[in-house]
Design a protein around this ligand. Structure first.
Ligand code: UDX
Ligand code: ADP
Length: 475
């Protein structure tokens, strides 16, 4: 295992694999980094000469791709070839919540992980360090190890490390270049395990100070990732819970957030009340944690964490209910404009975005929904709505192809999106929303002119002076 690292392979060219490998290539010119994916369309988008076509939008990413691609950073569909050449293989495949069978709706679906583990075992003719980058249930490393060892060729050895990614979308490049910490879980009690950990520490030491590289056992590393996301999501649900109380009492959730955040034990970050958290990680990881706790006979612990998700669902419902009740208890055939579709600003990722659920509620109430997002494609928005129907055709029975076609319009001009609208709802905190000519928008909408600010980003007073009725979260 003491081999020098020259070639790094990453299986999975998504939101984690793409940016992470781009930064490794940028910081370590001595390695050749190859990112592979079975999705040929995705790989060709990563290789597109037009950098606006990259499959992942992240500030700063296109610049790195422009500098490193073709030099020491390659994107390819030749998964076997890249695995075989590499001394180090990162697994960054998707691990969505299961949509079928045992653990449906709760457990992580590990079929993509299992497939790539089998592939690594099948093609490897030399020793490899295999690294779990995707967030995985605790003890997955053991399962990967069992598969690799059962299928490997004679004389080939594998070491499995857990190296969870803590980057947040929208700030991924900065998070990677200047990570608070890098967690590396491995079997430090065996010689080859220790060597593998040291090799990965060696990669990150190219740009991160030693004290930020934390080594733990594999299980702690896997559980730390789930726990970090659960704590972060819990903070958002906590402030969102208080936002509901603020609306009843006349307190202002921003003032409350500022007051409690000044306590150094609580800290000021992650206290923004919102329409509800989204993203590929929070819900999935908490459901996974809940599943694990139940599996290990800890129903009270499971229920404690499950409440974070339930509160988030409540917050989204509260938001759509507020729109409907404010619009005189009916949105039937009214145009409601959604500004933003991504789950947060500076990303084109829409997974679990609150906007999808708000749109669904509005469509169920027969509204016509018009969406504008500066980075999300029309196809993605339609896909997100159709996916809900696919997931649960009872709960989302109203999201038929016909209804989506009839009731959803997607436009690329925000002023057009707002024109002749009965209400505007801000779903994502894109900076550009604060710079619009709100007088012009006011003149183009039906009166009373309603704005539902799901991110508390517009200047409430200024809009009220123009004539809008503004509803914020927790104010
Ligand atoms: C998260 C974790 O932050 C990251 O460490 C992990 O690796 C992956 O999951 P991400 O999902 O990209 O990252 O975004 P994050 O910034 O955490 O936001 C998640 C959701 O919470 C977003 O919908 C965001 O808008 C919402 N949020 C966040 C709030 O509503 N209020 C806040 O104060 C903070
Ligand atoms: P994440 O946010 O975790 O990066 P994504 O869904 O954005 O998740 O990316 C995961 C990528 O992994 C997808 O592009 C998918 O095609 C790819 N993938 C899944 N299974 C395999 C596999 N066996 N071999 C190669 N790529 C895979």
């Amino acid at each position: 295992m003491t081999k020098e690292i020259k070639n790094i392979c990453c299986i999975g060219a998504g939101y984690v694999g793409g940016p992470t490998m781009a930064v490794i290539a940028e910081k370590c010119p001595q390695y050749v980094v190859t990112v592979v994916d079975i999705n040929a369309e995705r790989i060709s988008a990563w290789n597109d000469a037009d950098l606006s076509k990259l499959p992942v939008y992240e500030p700063g990413l296109a610049d790195i791709i422009a500098k490193q691609r073709g030099k020491n950073l390659f994107f390819s569909t030749d998964v076997d070839g890249a695995i075989e050449k590499a001394e180090m293989v990162f697994m960054s495949v998707n691990t969505p919540t299961k949509t079928y069978g045992e653990g449906k709706g709760m457990a992580a679906d590990l079929k993509f992980i299992e497939k790539s583990a089998r592939q690594i075992a099948r093609v490897s003719t030399s020793d490899k360090i295999v690294i779990e980058k995707s967030t995985l249930p605790v003890r997955t490393a053991q399962a990967i190890k069992t598969i690799l060892n059962a299928e490997k060729k004679e004389g080939v050895n594998f070491e499995i490390l857990s190296n969870p990614e803590f980057l947040a979308e929208g700030t991924a490049i900065e998070d990677l270049r200047n990570a608070d910490r890098m967690l590396i879980g491995g079997d430090i009690h065996t010689k080859s395990g220790k060597e593998a950990v040291d090799a990965l520490v060696g990669v990150y030491s190219n740009w991160l100070p030693k004290e930020r590289l934390l080594t733990t056992n594999v299980w702690s590393s896997e559980l730390s990732k789930l726990t970090a996301n659960a704590f972060l999501a819990q903070r958002v649900s906590s402030i969102n819970a208080i936002s509901a109380l603020c609306e009843k009492t006349g307190a202002n959730v921003e003032e409350v957030g500022r007051a409690i955040g000044a306590d150094s034990r609580i800290g000021p970050k992650f206290l923004n009340a919102s329409v509800g958290f989204g993203g590929s990680c929070f819900q999935k990881d908490i459901l996974n944690l809940v599943y694990l706790c139940n599996y290990f006979g800890l129903p009270e612990v499971a229920e404690y964490w499950h409440q974070v998700i339930k509160l988030n669902d409540y917050q989204k419902k509260r938001f759509s209910h507020n729109i409907i009740s404010t619009l005189f208890n009916t949105v039937s055939d009214k145009k409601i404009s959604l500004l933003g579709w991504a789950f947060k600003k500076d990303t084109n990722d829409t997974r679990e975005s609150a906007a999808i659920y708000i749109a669904s509620d509005l469509i169920e109430n027969q509204a016509n929904v018009c969406v504008y997002d500066p980075k999300v494609s029309k196809e993605q928005i339609l896909k997100d709505l159709a996916y809900l129907h696919e997931l649960d055709n009872v709960k989302y029975a109203h999201l038929t192809e016909k209804t989506i076609n009839d009731r959803v319009e997607i436009v690329s001009d925000p002023y057009l999106a707002c024109s002749e609208s009965h209400a505007l709802a801000i779903m994502t905190e894109w900076d550009e929303f604060t710079t619009y000519d709100w007088n012009k928008i006011y003149n183009s909408v039906y009166k009373p002119a309603f704005v539902f600010d799901g991110r508390n980003i517009v200047d409430k007073e200024e809009l009220e002076n123009i004539g809008f009725d503004v509803f914020s979260v927790g104010r």
